[in-house]
Design a protein around this ligand. Structure first.
Ligand code: NDP
Length: 484
């Protein structure tokens, strides 16, 4: 059986303990590879390698770093098809989705930050008659990047690329549930000739290997994407060491639909924003609020459209809904459907696990589920489910729907559908979300600030924000003798 290896100091290697964890294919429910169960000892080796590489890497010109990152982007692009298949097997997502979204985005992440680093500028402040100040932004040193399982290579590279472009050396850990494309990335980095130690990839459990990265005194910053509870644990460890933290956490995003929306576009996109990647995208809109005059029509058409989605083998091109990432996650999603029923929710569609035939007979599949008749403040409407479950609720007034939308402890993203421009601006201004889409969803421009407010995180990724995160600012004040 294939054994995944760590990538430390430019080489692939076994974990020091020689212990391995099972890696499952969610569409078959079977173990198909083994992952290093790395410990603090492996992390120590990785940090030492990164420290050794840092002086050389940080002193390279932006153009030299660009050349390495562009080479890696080209290699990912070359392997687009095989990486998409691997991502699909590892995560359960439809291969078509991995090929259209996940892997191309990993390419874009490297391209974007390779070039962005060549366009940075720093400020100068003149203290008139006395001095000139200028700002230096210097790479932090060794940094940690920890990513989740839902968009494995996409989010892993979204962190690694800016860190490397900024001149930092990286110790990174993908989710132990979806490690395979990160492993293949390490092979591509070797092929690209990335200098030893610049990027190190450690596989293993969050509570063990991930924790060791966060706790290591020589890791200067942590860029983390994952659940809010894990983010809190990380903040607790990192805060006394005054580490820089970027935390992209959970969400419970509202999708607000006004009666004057472009109906067909709203309907089509809401199916995607509800159920893409089995609802396992942090930006999915899981609470759908529909203005009452449109409610019954929308409900009927939405159920009809969602019932046409094909649940199936993720490797088959007709499949819209693949497997849920793990048995444990499947059980969590099903438990929320039970909770919704207990809270008085009416299941309009779905609600059950699905048994498929052939090679997927033991896979973890669930019907896309639509629930109505729930109060905005019940647990189902307040807690993150992170699966193919949405609730729909009618509303009568703007103020009322804003209250519903903002009533959760999260504040990641929101979607608003209306043809009324003033209303769109007004609602966007009042929503407590870091990312707001009007008449669209998941329309991404990598230059824009990305992240959430409230319990959805701290800091912003994207654009120059991410490059700045991986640097330390230094002000140099030069007194000028104007009397000479
Ligand atoms: P987790 O928080 O469970 O895990 C995220 C990563 O952190 C994994 O690599 C995990 O390793 C690791 N980890 C777990 N515990 C620790 C620890 N104590 N110290 C250091 N690292 C640790 O999240 P999931 O993987 O379950 O991902 C789903 C969550 O991610 C959802 O809440 C979702 O909303 C959020 N998310 C947020 C996004 C955003 O941009 N805001 C984007 C995508 C997802 P391991 O897997 O081995 O446990």
């Amino acid at each position: 059986m294939l054994k995944i290896e760590n990538y430390i100091n430019g080489e692939l290697c076994e974990p020091l303990s020689n212990l391995y964890l099972d890696n499952f294919d969610p569409s078959t429910g079977e173990v198909y590879s083994l992952i290093p169960d790395s410990s603090g000892d492996d992390v120590n080796l990785a940090v030492e390698a990164a420290k050794k590489a840092f002086p050389g890497w940080s002193k390279k010109s932006a153009e030299q770093r660009h050349d390495y990152l562009i080479k890696i982007a080209a290699l990912i692009e070359r392997d687009l098809d095989s990486l998409a298949e691997v991502e699909s097997v590892d995560n359960g997502k439809p291969k078509t989705l991995a090929k259209a979204v996940d892997i191309p985005r990993a390419v874009s992440n490297f391209k974007f930050y390779a070039t962005a680093a060549m366009h940075t500028a720093t400020e100068a402040h003149e203290t008139v008659g006395q001095a000139i100040n200028y700002t230096l932004r210097q790479p932090l040193g060794v940094v940690g990047c920890i990513s989740p399982w839902n968009l494995p290579l996409y989010l892993f590279t979204w962190k690694i690329a800016p860190a490397l472009a900024a001149g930092c050396c990286v110790v990174a850990k993908p989710s132990e549930i979806t490690p395979m494309t990160a492993y293949l990335l390490s092979k591509l980095c070797i092929e690209a000739g990335l200098p030893a130690g610049v990027l190190n990839i450690i596989h293993g459990l969050g509570a063990k290997a991930g924790n060791a990265i966060v706790a290591h005194k020589d890791v200067k910053a942590i860029s983390f994407t994952g659940g809010t509870k894990t983010g809190q644990d990380i903040a607790r460890i990192a805060a006394p060491m005054f580490k820089k933290l970027s935390l992209e956490l959970g969400g419970k995003n509202p999708n607000i639909i006004f009666a004057d929306c472009d109906y067909e576009e709203t309907l089509k996109t809401t199916v995607l924003s509800s159920f893409s990647n089995q609802g396992q995208i942090c930006l999915c809109g899981s609470r759908i609020f529909v203005e009452r005059p449109l409610y019954e029509r929308f409900k009927t058409d939405f159920i009809e459209k969602v019932s046409q989605l094909k649940i199936g083998d993720p490797l088959i091109s007709q499949t819209n809904i693949g497997a849920v990432v793990s048995k444990q996650h499947l059980e969590k999603v099903l438990s929320y459907i039970d909770l919704a029923k207990e809270e008085g929710g009416k299941i309009l569609l779905g609600g059950k696990a699905v048994k498929l035939g052939d090679r997927c007979a033991n896979g973890w599949f669930i019907e896309p589920t639509i629930i109505e008749n729930l109060a905005h403040d019940c647990r189902t409407n307040q807690e993150e489910i992170f699966g193919a479950v949405v609730t729909i609720t009618p509303f009568d007034a703007e103020k009322e729907v804003l209250n519903y939308a903002n009533s959760v402890e999260y504040g990641l993203s929101a979607t608003v559908w209306t043809e009324n421009l003033s209303r769109a601006h007004r609602i966007a201004e009042r929503l407590e979300s870091g990312i707001i889409w009007v008449n669209s969803w998941l329309l991404r421009d990598l230059r824009t600030p990305f992240g959430g407010m409230k319990q959805s995180g701290v800091g912003r990724e994207g654009g120059f924000e991410a490059l700045r995160f991986f640097t330390e600012e230094k002000n140099v004040c030069i007194k000028i003798n104007y009397g000479g």
